[in-house]
Design a protein around this ligand. Structure first.
Ligand code: MUC
Ligand code: MG
Length: 388
């Protein structure tokens, strides 16, 4: 086997507690299940990627356990022996054999680009066209489920200077209660903060039509995925109301869906997510579609740990315009540090690492302690999630 060939593939499921419950319309997270995919080459070079989602199967079709199963059973046999100096060739081979599984493909592509960057001595951003930003603006999500607690949390963030924009998770409560919650937070924070809302598909079009003028009046700057992902005509009608910019998130399942949404003028803004897009290069194609169509950009996440967060940052750093900033705060939601050297967040921004590949070193002790399969005595069960 040549030195650059993949010798071993490992998919690891980690259960990491969150600093507080994170309440979305689709799930309440008490912990995040981070899936790491590690590729080991014969010459000792290794790469890591992440295939994390939100709320097990509450958010989409790929669960953490499903990503691991797909990697172990279907991806690994195609990867063993493959020459990592040809990441695009490997990804093409995977695409020809595996139809969907975008989260798993993203994890593998991230790991391949990590390896390639390490071999060439350049950050992943330079393999994707080259970075134009060394720091990216990062908002914080207020999602404790309690208005007073959210305001107190925002005040702490504003005082520390770590964030000046906030996304509120709504859609779980009746619409009027949600509007009152959003208006109270905006009133408390005033011009000191940009407030956006994410409904995670919870509303009907009729409910969204009632809510939009009220959200505009409250001073909301952006509304994310208010209605079902497939309801693109409805999303276009909400966008055409022109009251608050509308952002597509769950509706974006890769560059082709972005093209369709752009053609139907269904959204003002696209939430770019490397996992939902099926990898970094697919996500870059999605960004190109948006840019060509005059759709604004936002750097989204699946609340990944540091590996997925920095893979996203490496890509987002190459985009000249990312008008609505990013939400690359996933690692800050976790109680445990998964890196040997923590990421740098300050003045509302995340610094994009500059080392070769992703520019990260894992905290192996933390990973060993958090792996779901750490005990051979009793197989650990999946963490409890409270649905919707
Ligand atoms: C989503 O739907 O955008 C991103 C930030 C957050 O709090 O939840 C996610 C998922
Ligand atoms: Mg969203």
């Amino acid at each position: 086997m040549q030195g650059s060939a993949i010798e071993r593939v490992e998919a690891i499921v980690l259960d990491v507690p969150t600093i507080r419950p994170h309440v979305l319309s689709v799930a309440t997270m008490q912990s995040q299940t981070v899936v790491l995919v590690r590729l080991y080459c014969a010459d000792g070079v290794e790469g890591v990627g992440e295939g994390t989602t939100i709320g097990g199967l509450n958010y989409g079709g790929e669960s953490p356990e499903g990503v691991k199963l797909a990697i172990d059973t279907y991806f690994a046999p195609l990867l063993i022996g493959a020459d990592t100096t040809r990441p695009a060739m490997i990804m093409e081979r995977l695409r020809r054999s595996i139809i969907d599984n975008r989260f798993a493909k993203n994890a593998v592509e991230t790991a391949l680009l990590d390896i390639q960057g390490k071999r060439l001595g350049v950050p992943v951003s330079e393999l994707l066209g080259g970075r134009v930003h060394d720091r990216l603006p990062v908002l914080w999500t207020l999602a404790s489920g309690d208005t007073a607690r959210d305001i107190a949390e925002a005040e702490v963030m504003l005082a520390s200077g770590r964030h000046t924009a906030f996304k509120l998770k709504i859609g779980k409560r009746p619409v009027q209660e949600d509007i009152a919650h959003v208006a109270a937070i905006k009133l408390a924070l005033g011009d000191r903060a940009s407030i956006r809302v994410d409904v995670n598909q919870a509303w009907s079009e009729a409910a969204a039509k009632r809510a939009l003028p009220l959200l505009a009046e409250a001073g909301v700057d952006l509304i994310e995925q208010p209605i079902r992902a497939h309801a693109t005509a409805g999303l276009a009608r909400l966008t055409a109301m022109g009251l608050v910019p509308v952002m597509a998130d769950e509706a974006l399942q890769g560059p082709e869906s972005g093209y369709a949404l752009a053609c139907s003028q269904s959204a003002d803004v696209f939430a770019l997510k490397i996992a939902q897009a099926g990898g970094l290069t697919a996500c870059k194609r999605l960004a190109d579609v948006a840019r060509s169509a005059g759709v604004a950009l936002y750097g989204g996440t699946m609340l990944e740990g540091p590996v997925g967060t920095i893979a996203s940052a490496q890509l987002f750093s190459t985009l000249p315009e990312i008008e609505f900033g990013t939400e690359l705060f996933g690692p800050l939601l976790l109680t445990e540090e998964l890196l040997a050297e923590p990421l740098h967040y300050a003045d509302g921004c995340l610094t994009v690492p500059n080392g070769p590949g992703l520019g990260l070193k894992l905290n192996e002790d933390a990973i060993a302690a958090l792996r779901r399969d750490r005990s051979t005595r009793a197989p650990a069960a999946a963490p409890k999630l409270v649905a919707g």
